[in-house]
Design a protein around this ligand. Structure first.
Ligand code: TMP
Length: 218
């Protein structure tokens, strides 16, 4: 059995940059890694992502969001994550179930019990072995994220959540901190306002420790 690591945080927390660096770190050490993301990660999941994130789809309500991300996750877990873990891969997932709890639950207002029930029913409550939470201020994150989308010309395609209020994103951030507090054994929080290099070093330390615990030669 491999190891399943998820990476979470608010918009613009820098997780995607760090995942890229982490992937090269694994490559250099010849550690078998599979990087993936949610929503998305499969062909069908990426189609769902397109609908989910497009800013023209403003009318999507939180319950529809829950069903869309769950559909994407069911496909992803069965098509990619479980087979990769069965092949002893280190699976690094850019967002997973905690994002649903934070965004659709804490910020979107769906009862958390319904979200957990849905995860139990369709996904057997699968959880990562380790979850990294990048913590930064909502202002800093949103500015970074909106600038990046603009630079890449994807404000419309990927911008639906960036258009939400500061208050919404503050709820997401507090939600993540609350989940991390409840599951301290699984979560590690990293201060995402430090330099890219020092965050990378801290991330590698945390992951190396986890890999050793799981019996990987690192
Ligand atoms: P990102 O991949 O660039 O972080 O964007 C994904 C967006 O989708 C982000 O705004 C968070 C949102 N999201 C949810 O609302 N619920 C979920 O379950 C997941 C995985 C993502």
């Amino acid at each position: 059995m491999g190891i399943f690591i998820s990476v979470e945080g608010i918009e613009g927390c820098g997780k995607t940059t760090q995942i890229k660096l982490l992937s090269s770190y694994f490559e250099k050490r010849k550690l078998p890694c599979r990087v993936t993301r949610e929503p998305g990660g499969t062909r069908v999941g990426e189609e769902i992502r397109r609908i989910f994130l497009h800013s023209d789809n403003r009318e999507i309500i939180p319950l529809t969001e829950l069903l869309l991300v769950t559909a994407s996750r069911v496909q992803h877990v069965n098509e990619i994550i479980i087979p990769a873990l069965d092949r002893n891969r280190i699976v690094v997932c850019d967002r997973f179930f905690d994002a649903t709890v934070a965004y659709q639950g804490y910020a979107g207002g769906i009862p958390l019990s319904l979200i957990y029930r849905c995860h139990e029913l369709f996904l057997n409550s699968i959880k990562p072995d380790l979850t990294i939470l990048f913590n930064c201020s909502v202002e800093a994150g949103l500015e970074r994220s909106r600038n990046r989308n603009k630079k890449m010309g994807i404000e419309k395609q990927e911008g639906r959540f960036e258009e939400k209020t500061l208050k919404f994103h503050e709820k997401v951030r507090r939600g993540y901190m609350d989940i991390a507090e409840k599951e301290q054994g699984r979560f590690r929080i990293i201060d995402a306002e430090k330099s890219i290099e020092s965050i990378h070093d801290e991330l590698c330390l945390i992951i190396t420790e986890k890999l050793k615990e799981k019996g990987y030669a690192v």
